[in-house]
Design a protein. Structure first.
Length: 309
C-alpha cells in the first residue's frame, strides 16, 4: 500500500502544478457558492449546510474535503452575502480556506436576475514531507519536515438566473495561492500559479406536474492543463426529491439522490465509480451534503422546499 500511496502522491503532486483550490465535488449542483461568489443569496433565504467528500476510498492519502457554508439575501434581496470554510487533505498537503462572498443583484425583466459577485479568501497551507515514503532520502531538491504558509486571495463571478435556467462564470482565485508559493514548494519554482476558470449552467424541463428533468454542466479550465467537465442529469419526482447521475470527463461516473427530511432540511448522497486506471485499487468516491433553509424574514414567508437551482 505504501508503493501505491507513493504513486498516487506523484500523480496528485503533478496535478497540483496546474490547479489551485480545485475541490472536486460531484454534487456541484447543490453547492454553487463553492465555485461562484455571485451565487450568494440566490436561494432567497438564509441557507446553511455542510458538504463532505471522500475520494478514492481505500487509497492511503487520498483526497478528503469538508465544506461548511451559509449565505443569505440582504437589503430587500438586492444583495447577497455568504461565508464558507473548506479544508482539504491530499497526501502530504493540508489546506484550509476561509471565504467571504458578496453579490450585487440586478433585476432585469420579470424573474430574470443578474448577480455580480466578489470574494475574499484567507488561505492556510501545510506541506508535510515527513508523511511521504521517499525513495531517495538524500535528494537535495526535496525539502524535509513541515512547512506552512498563509495568504489572502480574491475572486470574481457573475451569475444569471431565471425560473427555467441559469448560467455562471467565475474566477475564485485571482492571485497566487497559499499552496503554490515558494514558501511551500521551496525549490519547485516551476509550480507557478495558474488561475482556474469555472463555467456552469443548467435548465429545467417540466414533463408532468410531478416530474421535471434538469440537465446541468460544470466546466473548469486551467491554461496548459486538460479541461475538466461534469455533465449532470437529474429528475425531480413529486415535487419532493431528486435522483440523478453525472459523468466527469474521462474520470468518473456518479449517481446521487437528494431527499427532504423536513420542509427545510435536505440531505444529498452521491457515489462515484472511478473510470481511470486507479479503479483497480479503489472502491470509488463518496459524498454527503446536508442543507437547511429557513424562512425569509424580510418577506415573512417560507421559501419553497424544492428549488430548481
Amino acid at each position: 500500500m505504501r508503493v501505491l500511496y507513493t504513486c498516487c502522491f506523484l500523480l496528485l503532486f503533478g496535478s497540483l502544478g496546474f490547479a489551485q483550490n480545485n475541490t472536486n465535488y460531484s454534487l456541484f449542483i447543490f453547492n454553487k457558492l463553492q465555485f461562484n461568489p455571485a451565487y450568494a443569496g440566490s436561494a432567497g433565504a438564509l441557507t446553511a449546510g455542510a458538504h463532505y467528500r471522500h475520494q478514492w476510498q481505500g487509497v492511503y492519502g487520498a483526497p478528503r474535503s469538508v465544506t461548511a457554508f451559509a449565505h443569505m439575501p440582504i437589503s430587500g434581496n438586492r444583495n447577497g452575502v455568504g461565508l464558507s470554510l473548506t479544508t482539504d487533505e491530499i497526501g502530504i498537503f493540508n489546506t484550509v480556506y476561509t471565504n467571504a462572498a458578496y453579490a450585487y443583484k440586478i433585476d432585469l425583466k420579470k424573474d430574470h436576475r443578474l448577480s455580480i459577485g466578489m470574494n475574499a479568501q484567507v488561505e492556510y497551507a501545510r506541506f508535510d514531507w515527513s508523511k511521504a515514503d521517499l525513495i531517495d532520502q538524500i535528494d537535495s531538491a526535496i525539502p524535509f519536515g513541515a512547512t506552512s504558509n498563509t495568504t489572502i486571495n480574491f475572486g470574481l463571478g457573475v451569475y444569471y438566473e431565471t425560473p427555467r435556467f441559469y448560467v455562471g462564470f467565475s474566477v475564485p482565485q485571482l492571485l497566487r495561492d497559499a499552496l503554490t508559493t515558494d514558501a511551500i514548494y521551496n525549490n519547485f519554482k516551476e509550480l507557478s500559479v495558474l488561475r482556474e476558470y469555472y463555467l456552469m449552467g443548467g435548465m429545467v424541463f417540466p414533463i408532468t406536474d410531478n416530474i421535471h428533468i434538469r440537465p446541468a454542466i460544470a466546466i473548469s479550465y486551467v491554461p496548459n492543463a486538460p479541461m475538466e467537465a461534469d455533465f449532470n442529469l437529474s429528475v425531480l419526482f413529486l415535487q419532493s426529491f431528486w435522483i440523478g447521475a453525472s459523468y466527469r470527463l474521462e474520470e468518473s461516473a456518479n449517481m446521487f439522490i437528494q431527499v427532504p427530511l423536513t420542509d427545510q432540511l435536505k440531505v444529498a448522497v452521491g457515489v462515484d465509480y472511478t473510470l481511470a486506471e486507479l479503479n483497480v485499487y479503489t472502491k470509488g468516491s463518496f459524498e454527503v451534503m446536508v442543507e437547511y433553509t429557513v424562512g425569509n424574514k424580510q418577506s415573512g414567508k417560507k421559501v419553497d422546499n424544492i428549488r430548481f437551482f
